[in-house]
Design a protein around this ligand. Structure first.
Ligand SMILES: CC(C)(COP(=O)(O)OP(=O)(O)OC[C@H]1O[C@@H](n2cnc3c(N)ncnc32)[C@H](O)[C@@H]1OP(=O)(O)O)[C@@H](O)C(=O)NCCC(=O)NCCS
Length: 272
């Protein structure tokens, strides 16, 4: 069974605590952080990259400050295995939005993660009709009246899953958003169904993906991970920060996934 670990830090104190350890970031990360105009975005970037480095160091020998990265063809960051031979087959992806950062780790298989904050989306239906599959657009239209919270939530669930899936492929915008579709079936936790448009040849095929959709204080966080053949996946969620207990719930998952109880990490020796 494929093991996937998702690290999440949310809330101002947790992000500030992580960002305060930004000395572990390399020159490229420091330069990218400096490019953000707004303090909140800069802090989220730093927090996400510090979290990633500590998360990686829980899995393999290099210390948080010793990880080195390179960028793939579409800008996807990966571990520089020449500089970090101890990394083995570790793979990761990260996402940052204001007030919430996360990273997901696994071995051998591609994975992607995305976090979205709650905000009004008056154009949800129009965006879905333009960019998503007809089935996705229909499901969003059926979720509630145009501009309603219910429709925005339905849109964000699909959007977050699609983004995680796009990121798992590492292709960014080069991947057609209507070439694959997600459907949420049943009441929460819903079952996630992934379909590829017939013409689209995806590798690995739809049956080999395991996805998870969480809700966190109104935000959405999605993970898409490939599994070998049609195997299962075990998801472990670690929640960083000693502040107030956030509500974390399973909104939806692919059949064949196991979500272990959410663990809270407040040990200062393990995370800055
Ligand atoms: C980078 C991208 C893949 C996601 O960006 P985003 O959702 O705005 O931001 P996130 O915080 O979730 O993710 C950014 C991180 O993804 C990683 N990333 C960058 N390029 C990537 C790629 N090609 N594939 C996977 N991950 C990538 C990076 O770690 C980046 O963070 P960093 O710059 O701090 O290192 C974006 O450029 C993109 O192409 N998104 C898909 C476009 C789209 O239309 N999505 C809608 C889906 S409904």
């Amino acid at each position: 069974m494929q093991s996937v670990t998702l690290h999440i830090a949310r809330g101002a104190p947790a992000l500030a605590q992580l960002a305060a350890a930004a000395a572990v970031l390399d020159a490229d990360e420091q330069a990218r952080a400096a490019r953000f105009r707004l303090d909140a975005d800069r802090e989220a970037y730093r927090a996400a990259h510090v979290l990633l480095r500590y998360a990686l160091s829980r899995e393999a020998a290099p210390a948080p400050g010793h990880w080195r990265f390179r960028r793939g063809a579409h800008g996807r960051p990966e571990i520089d295995t020449a500089a970090c031979p101890d990394a083995g087959a570790l793979r990761f992806n990260l996402s940052h939005t204001r007030g919430l950062v996360c990273c997901a780790l696994t071995r051998h298989q591609p994975l992607g993660v995305d976090a979205e904050c709650a905000r009004a989306l008056p154009d949800a239906q129009a965006i879905a009709e333009r960019f998503f599959t007809p089935d996705e657009a229909a499901a969003i239209a059926a979720a509630g009246p145009p501009g309603s919270d219910a429709q925005a939530l339905a849109f964000r669930s699909v959007w977050t899953l699609k983004e995680a899936y796009v990121k798992a492929h590492g292709l960014g915008l080069a991947m057609g958003l209507a070439s694959f579709g997600f459907r949420l079936v049943g009441a929460a936790p819903a079952r996630i169904r992934l379909r590829h448009a017939e013409a689209a040849q995806k590798d690995p095929p739809a049956a080999h993906w395991r996805c998870l959709l969480l809700h966190l204080d109104g935000r959405r966080c999605a993970l898409a991970a490939a599994v070998p053949a049609a195997g299962g996946a075990r998801f472990r969620v670690l929640l960083h920060g000693a502040d107030a207990e956030p509500e974390v719930g399973l909104a939806a998952c692919t059949p064949g996934t196991v979500l272990l109880p959410v663990e809270r990490v407040t040990d200062a020796a393990r995370i800055p």
